[in-house]
Write a protein that binds this ligand. Structure first.
Ligand code: C5P
Length: 222
C-alpha cells in the first residue's frame, strides 16, 4: 500500500508549510485539500452558484476539472474548469466560501475520489481537515497541528499581507474564530483530530522545529 502521512488542523496552524516541506524532504507527492475546496468556492462564484445551493454545488464538484500546475519554487498554479484561480484562491472571501460549501455532505462526497486519487508512489503527504479521520483513515502517521487563535491569525496576517491583501489582525482573529466554529460544528467530517492522531501544538514552535518533529515521527514509524 502506498503510504500516506496526514496533516490536519485549523487555518493558520502551519499545516500547509509543514506539509509541503515534509513532502519535499521525503520526495513524496503533496495534496492541498483546502485548495480543492477553495477552487470549488471560486468556480461556484464564477457561475453565480450560492454557497448553500447543495444540488448545484454537488454537480459542479463532481464535474470540476481541477488542475495543479507546478511552479518553480512556489505554490502551484491552480486551474478550475480551465480558468486560473490566481491569488484569489488564497483570499479571505474564498476561504469563507470554501468553509461554507465544505459543510455540505454531498459536496464533500463528490470531492472524495479525486482526493484519494492523489495517493501515488512513492507516498503522499495529505494536508487538510479530515485527511486522517476520513479521507485516508489508514494513514501511517496522522498529525493534528494546532495553535492558539491569536497565533494563527498573526500567521495568516503575515501571509496575506505578503500577498498584498488588505486585512487587519482583529478582522482575521474574528474570521478565524468563525471559520473554526463552523468547521468544528458541522455534522459531516467536523474538524477534530482522528482518534489515533498525534496532536502537536505549534504556538511556541518555529516552522523548522515542527517540520523536524514530523519528519522524526515519520522516520520512527517507517
Ligand atoms: O486549509 P484551507 O484554509 O485552505 O481550507 C479552506 C476551507 O476548506 C476550510 O476552512 C474548511 O472549511 C475546508 N476544508 C475542509 N476539508 C478539508 C480541507 C479544507 O472542509 N480537507
Amino acid at each position: 500500500m502506498i503510504p500516506v502521512l496526514a496533516i490536519d488542523g485549523p487555518s493558520g496552524s502551519g499545516k500547509g508549510a509543514v506539509g509541503m516541506a515534509v513532502a519535499e524532504r521525503l520526495g513524496w507527492h503533496y495534496l492541498d485539500s483546502g485548495a480543492v475546496y477553495r477552487a470549488l468556492g471560486l468556480a461556484a462564484g464564477w457561475q453565480g452558484i450560492a454557497c448553500d445551493d447543495e444540488a448545484k454545488l454537488r454537480d459542479l464538484a463532481a464535474g470540476l476539472d481541477l488542475r495543479f500546475v507546478a511552479a518553480d519554487g512556489g505554490e502551484p498554479a491552480v486551474f478550475a474548469n480551465g480558468r486560473e484561480c490566481g491569488a484569489l484562491l488564497r483570499s479571505p472571501e474564498t476561504a469563507n466560501a470554501a468553509s461554507r460549501l465544505a459543510a455540505l455532505g454531498s459536496v464533500r462526497e463528490a470531492l472524495l475520489d479525486r482526493q484519494r486519487a492523489a495517493r501515488s508512489a512513492p507516498g503522499l503527504v495529505a494536508d487538510g481537515r479530515d485527511m486522517g479521520s476520513y479521507v485516508f483513515p489508514d494513514a501511517f502517521l496522522k498529525v493534528f497541528l494546532t495553535a492558539s487563535a491569536e497565533v494563527r491569525a498573526q500567521r495568516r496576517y503575515d501571509q496575506l499581507k505578503a500577498k498584498g491583501f488588505g486585512v487587519t489582525l482583529s478582522q482575521l482573529i474574528q474570521e478565524i474564530r468563525e471559520r473554526d466554529e463552523r468547521d468544528a460544528r458541522r455534522a459531516v467530517a467536523p474538524l477534530k483530530p482522528a482518534e489515533d492522531a498525534v496532536v502537536l501544538d505549534s504556538s511556541a514552535l518555529g516552522l523548522q522545529e515542527v517540520i523536524d518533529r514530523v519528519l522524526a515521527m515519520a522516520k520512527s514509524r517507517q
